[in-house]
Design a protein around this ligand. Structure first.
Ligand code: TYD
Length: 211
């Protein structure tokens, strides 16, 4: 059995955390050794960087600092967790990865795709997801659906225009890498979304002969 690397992406509140938990169970049932992690974070250093990034007290952080901090947390995660796990034939399931930086920093902050790719090439050392599931739901639709009234973090509290640009960025990412990035319609019920996720995973596993 070969190892592989899957990432999940989407707007804040798109439901990817619930789906990631379902995916872990589904993959484990099929005998895969699954490791889950998240960005920013997933390592000791990365979790410290996460605190800085999401702290509402750091509002107004320089956008290049922000770009580099996300990349720094990523470098740590790639080196200490993702690469070793895939080499040990494990399945790594990561909640967000470089596509988040393209969408949020490249489009949301208007830094552009090129700058994000340049900075991240150092962090990623050629480590690319084998499959990315993009949970497609727009910021407006998320707002309508939202029921919780939790405290928002530094990124979540950005204006709707920011989130609209992020969404546009994600659509661009999906458009230019159709082979890797699969769009999941996240507007449906949890079960319906998961049915779509399972179809995607089944196809990916079959095509890559991972079992
Ligand atoms: P998190 O609480 O993990 O959000 P979610 O549960 O929606 O994934 O916070 C991560 C936030 O950081 C989220 O708003 C997206 C943002 N982010 C970036 O701006 N750039 C990045 O490269 C990554 C990985 C996340």
């Amino acid at each position: 059995m070969k190892g592989f690397f899957i990432t999940v992406e989407g707007m804040d509140g798109c439901g990817k955390t619930t789906q990631t938990n379902n995916m872990v169970e589904y993959l484990k049932q099929q005998g895969f050794d699954v490791v889950t992690t998240r960005e920013p974070g997933g390592t000791r250093v990365g979790e410290k960087i996460r605190e800085v990034l999401l702290d509402p007290g750091n509002k107004g952080m320089n956008i290049v600092t922000e770009l580099m901090l996300y990349a720094a947390a990523r470098a740590e995660l790639v080196e200490t967790l993702i690469k070793p796990a895939v080499e040990q034939r494990k399945v790594v399931l990561c909640d967000r990865f470089v596509d988040s930086s393209i969408a949020y920093q490249g489009f949301g902050r208007n830094l552009g795709i090129k700058a994000v790719e340049e900075v991240n090439s150092h962090a990623m050392q050629g480590c690319k997801p084998d499959l990315t599931l993009f949970f497609d739901i727009s910021p407006q639709e998320v707002v309508i659906r939202k029921t919780r009234s939790e405290q928002e973090d530094r990124i979540e509290s950005e204006a709707i225009e920011f989130h609209n640009r992020v969404y546009e960025g994600y659509l661009k990412v999906a458009e230019r890498d159709k082979e890797r990035v699969k769009m999941i319609n996240a507007r449906k019920s949890v079960n319906e979304v998961f049915d779509e996720v399972k179809k995607c995973l089944d196809l990916f596993i079959r095509k890559g002969r991972y079992l």
